[in-house]
Design a protein around this ligand. Structure first.
Ligand code: ATP
Ligand code: MG
Length: 410
């Protein structure tokens, strides 16, 4: 009897003992949520060291198989995964099934191949080398495939374990990182731009569970710009199922800033409000950190002086995962994540229309504090929070398929 098992590896080198169980449980939860549509096919069996085994109850049709693989490729904490045929560890059975496997999976067209065999069970009447040679001979005989031991186009792996032997041909990489929910909570400020969705995805991949917050100026800006942020939330829900998006109106705040303060500091002051509001949200959601898409020197508000003058408004930890990345690298990541095609759709953002001709690029903290003091910050913050709207984005295959289409967009 042979059965198919999807083996999901999660092990980070330092994960040990109880810690490993904690991470495995988080990862399993995430996988169960995201693979719920396939539950007729999949059975989660127990954990084996740094791997989760998912047994196939029946073969996955091609389209379903691709979707399952896409989910695994986009699940934080997955370092790699592969589908094996699991067969009894007896020589004649292994030979027969390995040939069947080659018949089903060898790419053909004269592709060269090799067999690698490993034995985790040592007390066997054959060596790994003999086993590999025998299987190789069978494949040559029946499929006419040419052998190439040094640079094969296709490799058939046979791993002989005490109970069962695994036969497989490729290990797919996952995103690595840690499972969502294993590294605490955060609030990420999500604009409609290219950077902040990448920053959010990076922290999600590092195991944080995020709440997203977007600050908008409707009706001064079009509702379409909010729609765009919703679409970004849908893409991010593939990485963090059930992610929440909070929409906070800041038009009143912008008007108060415009009326009462030095126009050169408009952006710095607005950013302060954003951090303050995100911080309040963090308090409500038990989050320990804020996340932004700032990259050093990228735009006027992102000099060290301005970042400092902005950060000082809160004592909360502000994480800026993009701080040292070039724009080119950020764009490369945005494309791979599927957020880029959404981010580049035209929109009018809350800041653009609010940017003075000569924004301050080196705000002095004492001057910023003086201007800040002219504003009724408490009331403005309370009013904005009172009008906040919250939405939740469940994982769905529709969102996954959209993401895949965005990734394919050139
Ligand atoms: P992005 O591409 O993320 O918009 P940016 O390079 O345009 O970044 P800024 O406009 O200076 O940079 O914004 C810096 C960060 O402040 C953003 O990455 C985001 O985290 C946050 N931010 C800016 N505008 C908004 C907004 N309207 N709503 C929520 N967060 C915002
Ligand atoms: Mg922006």
């Amino acid at each position: 009897m042979s059965k198919q098992i999807i083996i999901v590896n999660f092990e980070e080198i330092y994960l040990k003992g109880q810690n490993q169980k904690f991470f495995a449980d988080r990862l399993r939860e995430q996988l169960k949520i995201k693979l719920a549509d396939f539950k007729d096919y999949l059975h989660f069996s127990r954990r084996h060291g740094g791997s989760i085994f998912i047994e196939l109850r029946k073969p996955l049709p091609q389209e379903e198989r691709e979707l399952v693989e896409e989910i695994l490729r986009r699940t934080p904490g997955v370092t790699g995964f592969y589908t094996v045929w699991s067969v009894p560890s007896r020589r004649e059975v292994i030979l027969e099934k390995a040939l069947d496997f080659a018949r089903a999976n060898y790419p053909g067209e004269g592709t060269s191949f090799r067999v690698t065999a490993r034995r985790l069970k040592k007390s066997l009447p054959f060596t790994s080398r003999e086993l590999a040679a025998d299987i190789g001979a069978l494949v040559v005989e029946h499929l006419g495939a040419p052998v190439n031991l040094t640079r094969p186009g296709w490799t058939l792996h046979v791993k002989v374990r005490p109970e069962q032997t695994f036969i497989y041909d490729r290990i797919e990489p996952g995103p690595g990182g840690l499972p969502v929910g294993s590294s605490g909570r955060g609030v990420a400020a999500l604009s409609g731009g290219i950077d902040s969705p990448v920053a959010a995805a990076m922290m999600i991949t590092r195991g944080m569970a995020l709440d997203l917050v977007h600050f908008h100026s409707v009706p001064r800006t079009s509702p379409r710009s909010v729609e765009k942020v919703r679409e970004l939330a849908r893409v991010l829900s593939v990485y963090q199922p059930g992610v929440r998006l909070h929409l906070v109106p800041v038009l009143d705040i912008q008007q108060a800033i415009a009326r009462n303060t030095d126009h050169r500091l408009r952006l710095v002051l607005l950013r302060r409000f954003m951090l303050l509001l995100a911080g309040r949200l963090a308090g409500q959601t038990d989050a320990q950190a804020l996340v932004t898409g700032d990259a050093l020197g990228q735009v006027a508000s992102q000099t060290l002086e301005n970042m400092e003058a902005i950060s000082r408004v809160t004592s909360r930890l502000v994480l800026r995962p993009l701080v040292a990345l070039d724009k080119k690298e950020i764009i490369r990541r945005a494309r791979a994540l599927g957020t880029y095609a959404v981010s580049i759709q035209p929109h009018d953002d809350a800041c653009a229309m609010f940017t003075p001709d000569n924004p301050e690029t080196r705000a002095r903290l004492d001057y910023v504090e003086k201007q800040w003091a002219r504003l009724d910050t408490d009331t403005l913050v309370e009013d904005a929070l009172a009008r906040m709207e919250t939405e939740e984005y469940a994982f769905s295959l529709d969102n996954l398929k959209k993401l895949m289409a965005y990734v394919r967009t050139k």
